[in-house]
Design a protein around this ligand. Sequence first.
Ligand code: FUB
Length: 365
Amino acid sequence: MQTKTKYALILLACSSSFITGCGGSAETKNDAEDSVTAATAPKKEYLSQPLVSHIYTADPSAHVFNGRIYIYPSHDTATGTPENDNGDHFNMMDYHILSMDSVGGNVTDHGVALDIKNIPWAGRQLWAPDAAFANNTYYLYFPVKDKQDVFHIGVATGSKPEGPFVAEKEPIKGSYSIDPCVFKDDDGAFYMYFGGIWGGQLQRWDNNKYDSAGKLKQAGEQAILPRVAKLDKSMKQYDGQVKEIKIVDKDGRLFTEKDNDKRFFEAAWMHKYNGKYYLSYSTGDTHNICYATGTSPYGPFTYQGVLLKPVDGWTNHQSIVEFNGKWYLFYHDVQLSGKTHLRNVKVTELKYNDDGSIQTIDPYK
Ligand code: FUB
């Protein structure tokens, strides 16, 4: 995830600022330092409204626990950190878990579930989390930079889905980069999907080895692939090596970097529908949420298309969950703030065609 000047241009071209009907007002402290505004864009009507507006939230990972929907989002904050190409201004410092008993019902903010100051190994930037339930325990998985400014993925545990969570003293051994998605398969095995290029540092990891000088790929080179690792029974360690996940076109070919409207960038999410594995992800600099399907949790996955078109804002990040027989897409945009790094989470229904393909969602009406 990155914040080049072109983000501002894209945002100006596609954003709007409808805030009526959102209820309450979002945090505004320090907003003045943020350079991006939505002033000149033509007004479009949003498909959905923000789920909460008293805080900024992003990267919603939704799960159903005990018959209730829990959302594990990033908590965006205007800290005054200057914007740069590494996304330093995405300088989040805690997590709030949200929940609701139905889509469209009241949303509860359960308060601070984990604070960066209580993560012994953390340096800065708490990015997109996820959660899982096993061993009678709730696990919160989170990416954060360590004190050397390298992203790893940590785990914290709690007895309730909304926390509070207590972080382990070290990151998960062998973990790196950002955006963990923890998926439970029908046989009870858990897999963590992860990775993000640019500010997410995935380009620094080749063969699970770190190289601080690791470079992004050139247009004709094979695109960087997302990663997967099985979790062991403790849910705090990987069971074996981290593997690359192949995403291929209908002819079985891997994408190159110039296929940047289709290749993986960040925000991996796994769900299963009618026995098939669906890997969805953001294409980052082209702002699509795409998906690819396969028959094994390790892939390969065959590209199927765009499931969510670009939203208002630079980043696009989704989760997909079934609740009471319907499927929902959780996502975010910048409707409340008009600023790249001050986002708000939303939900809309997701529909499949008879052949299992997903109907493309336009975030505007
Ligand atoms: O919220 C920080 C980063 O922005 C996430 O990790 C990315 O997926 C993007 O949404």
